[in-house]
Ligand binder design. Structure first.
Ligand SMILES: O=C(CO)[C@H](O)[C@H](O)COP(=O)(O)O
Length: 236
C-alpha cells in the first residue's frame, strides 16, 4: 500500500468515527454505502457493544450496508415500518462548497438518495480528496437506468452535452448491475454549471431511475484531513 493510500485510510477512519459519535440513543439511523461509511458503521457497532449507545435501528442503502450492519450487530428496519429517519451518514465522490454532491461510485445512489433525503440530519463523510470547486471536475456522474433504456438514455445524455459510458464490472465480464437489477451509465460533463437543473433534467428522461447529483440534501460535511502529519476532522 502506498503512503498516500495509507493516509487516505486514516482520514476515512477518523471521519467515520466522528460521524458515529454524532448518533444519539433512541434514534433511527440511515446507513450509507462505501468505504468511508463502512468505518462509521463499524464505530456505531462499537458504541452499541460498549453500551455507550442504546436502542437504535438502522436503515441501509445497499446490500453492502446490510452485510456490515449485521456484522456489527446493528438492528435493522425498513421504510415500510418507520416514518422518519433521525440521522443519515453517507459518503460522497465529490463535494462542492455549497454542500452539493456527486454520489454513486458504488452504484447505490438511488437507495442512498431515498434514505439521505428523508433524514432530519444528513451527514456526509469524506476525505479531503473529495472536495472540488465545481461538481464534475474529477468524477463521472452516475445515472441508474432500467436495462431496456440504456441506448435511448445514452443518446439523450449526449444531446445534453455529456459523454456517457456504460459502467462495466471489475473482474466481471459484463456491466455492473445495481441492487435493484438495473444498469449504470457514467457521464462526463465538461462543466456542471447548474447542478439543480441538471439533476431534474436527467431524472426526467424516460427510463432513468435516479442520478448521482444530490443538490440541497446534505446538512453537514465532515472532512478528514491530514495536517502536520495528523488526521483531523473539519466540519462545514
Ligand atoms: O455514493 C456512494 C456509493 O454509491 C459512496 O458513498 C461514494 O462512492 C463514496 O465512497 P467511498 O467512501 O468508498 O469513497
Amino acid at each position: 500500500m502506498s503512503v498516500t493510500s495509507d493516509l487516505t485510510v486514516i482520514m476515512k477512519q477518523e471521519v467515520g468515527k466522528a460521524a458515529a459519535a454524532k448518533v444519539k440513543s433512541d434514534s433511527v439511523v440511515g446507513l450509507g454505502t462505501g468505504s468511508t461509511t463502512a468505518y462509521a458503521i463499524e464505530y456505531i457497532g462499537e458504541r452499541l457493544r460498549s453500551g455507550d449507545l442504546k436502542n437504535i435501528v438502522g436503515i441501509t442503502t445497499s446490500f453492502q450496508g446490510e452485510v456490515l450492519a449485521r456484522k456489527y450487530n446493528i438492528p435493522l428496519t425498513t421504510l415500510d415500518v418507520v416514518d422518519h429517519i433521525d440521522i443519515a451518514i453517507d459518503g460522497a465522490d465529490e463535494v462542492d462548497p455549497q454542500k452539493n454532491l456527486i454520489k454513486g461510485g458504488g452504484a447505490a445512489h438511488t437507495q442512498e438518495k431515498l434514505v439521505d433525503s428523508l433524514a432530519a440530519q444528513f451527514i456526509v463523510v469524506v476525505d479531503s480528496n473529495k472536495l472540488v470547486d465545481k461538481l464534475g471536475s474529477t468524477f463521472l456522474l452516475p445515472v441508474e437506468v432500467i436495462p431496456k433504456a440504456v441506448m435511448p438514455v445514452m443518446r439523450r445524455l449526449e444531446q445534453l452535452g455529456g459523454k456517457p459510458e456504460l459502467r462495466m464490472g471489475i473482474r466481471k465480464a459484463g456491466p455492473v448491475v445495481t441492487d435493484q437489477g438495473n444498469l449504470v451509465i457514467d457521464v462526463k460533463f465538461d462543466s456542471i454549471d447548474d447542478p439543480a437543473t441538471l439533476e431534474m433534467t436527467i431524472n426526467n428522461i424516460p427510463g432513468v431511475l435516479e442520478n448521482g447529483l444530490f443538490v440541497g440534501v446534505a446538512d453537514l460535511i465532515l472532512v478528514g484531513e491530514i495536517i502536520d502529519g495528523k488526521a483531523v476532522v473539519r466540519e462545514f
